[in-house]
Design a protein around this ligand. Structure first.
Ligand SMILES: Cc1cc2nc3c(=O)[nH]c(=O)nc-3n(C[C@H](O)[C@H](O)[C@H](O)COP(=O)(O)O)c2cc1C
Length: 371
């Protein structure tokens, strides 16, 4: 049942520079913009709860919206119920994702209390069962199963999945051709729950032969405090290098050069970059002049970042404005990030935080002569 051989990960140019999954941030419009201007080698969706999907929460399907420009695109899921991972895997294959990632790193209280995310570090057998179930789900799909055949998937969800699947390029509709018969399973995790236990935890994951382990150099207890511990990431890298599993380091990467340095120093196959991408898709573009902290104005002949902000607003509107209970609010934080490095950031941000449409964003940016 090894569906990880010959997967897209192994074909990616090394080292790998990927966009880290971030709930409430890496939605369809964000991913579109990051891919268009930064071209990260791999992109993940926000994490989505398998219990929710299997209990009929149709709104969660929004997390699985992507477009063809974003490939290879990995859907990230979390939860604690292996049979739901198995069924959600069928859906994700049907939706044409290039890979499935299991979140074993989220430190949020509600996720931790439910025994999901980083809490799985404390239940290694369940963590292994979840990886196994996800691989089985992929196998189910390759054997011809579809969302409608899954016992816990509601008709409403299976119909929505079917409708979306029909819009995919042909090669992703034919069950094993475009997928080369393989859809890899990966895991994103932390270095431990309350203390770093990489040498215990990583071998447990490696037993299940994930295609990739991405590891954030903090424990759950640390949340986002202190610094990411790259020495622990290095230990994980050494363990992975004895296997076919690739290792991506994650945590506190500031710019492209920093990423290159860390890859070399800590021996990882690549990195995932999270917060440093806020308002700066160009972080993924190598800047030989040093640094990639480009967050204002046209720099190095690249597009004006405020044009990007406006385009992001338009894509946001186009993606969601026809959905129930649409509002522009989630877009505003991005606008704040795009202007954070300009001298009058505070007043521009205050105006941008009042906007409710791309048109209003354009007016504000023009008022401040940013466009
Ligand atoms: C707002 C926010 C949301 C996040 N959501 C997710 C998520 O859905 N799945 C996940 O695996 N990690 C999530 N993370 C963790 C990031 O992917 C990443 O591991 C972490 O931010 C450290 O990397 P960085 O220092 O480059 O930001 C989130 C982080 C932030 C800041």
């Amino acid at each position: 049942m090894n569906n990880n051989i010959d997967n897209f990960w192994s074909k990616l140019k090394k080292p790998i520079f990927g966009l880290s999954p971030m709930d409430g941030v890496t939605d369809q419009p964000y991913r579109f913009i990051q891919k268009k201007y930064g071209k990260p080698a791999v992109i993940y969706t926000e994490f989505t709860n398998v219990e929710g999907v299997c209990h009929g929460a149709t709104t969660l399907l929004r997390d699985f919206i992507y477009d063809e420009t974003q490939r290879p695109i990995v859907a990230q899921i979390y939860g604690k119920t292996p049979k739901y991972f198995r069924q959600t895997a069928v859906i994700l294959c049907q939706l044409g994702f290039n890979g499935i990632d299991i979140n074993m790193g989220c430190p949020a209280k509600s996720v931790d209390n439910s025994g999901s995310g980083a809490a799985l570090i404390k239940t290694p057998e369940l963590a292994q069962d979840i990886i196994k179930a996800t691989k089985l789900g992929i196998q189910d799909y390759l054997n011809g199963q579809r969302a409608k055949d899954c016992s816990n998937i509601t008709e409403e969800i299976s119909q929505a999945v079917e409708k979306k699947a029909k819009l995919l390029p042909k090669k992703y509709q034919e069950k094993s051709k475009g997928l080369s018969g393989t859809i890899p399973v990966s895991v994103k995790t932390r270095i431990g729950y309350s203390s770093a236990i990489v040498e215990e935890w990583i071998p447990i994951l490696l037993k299940m032969e994930p295609a990739v382990i991405a590891i954030h150099g903090r424990t759950l207890k640390q949340q986002y405090s202190g610094n990411a511990n790259w020495n622990e990431i290095k230990k994980a890298a050494n363990l992975c290098h004895k296997t076919k599993t690739l290792i991506l380091g994650n945590g506190d990467i500031q710019d492209f050069q920093d990423a290159q340095r860390k890859i070399k120093e800590y021996g990882v196959d690549g990195v995932l970059i999270g917060r440093a991408t806020f308002g700066n898709p160009f972080i993924f573009v190598e800047n030989k002049d040093g640094g990639n902290k480009i967050s204002c104005g046209a720099t190095n002949n690249r597009e004006n970042i405020f044009e990007v902000a406006l385009e992001h607003s338009r894509v946001f509107e186009k993606t969601y404005s026809n959905k129930p209970r649409y509002n522009f609010l989630p877009m505003r934080k991005h606008l704040g990030w795009y202007v954070r490095n300009i001298s009058n950031a505070k007043i521009v941000r205050a105006d941008l935080f009042k906007t409710n449409s791309a048109e209003e964003v354009e007016t504000v940016l023009k008022n401040y002569k940013l466009l």
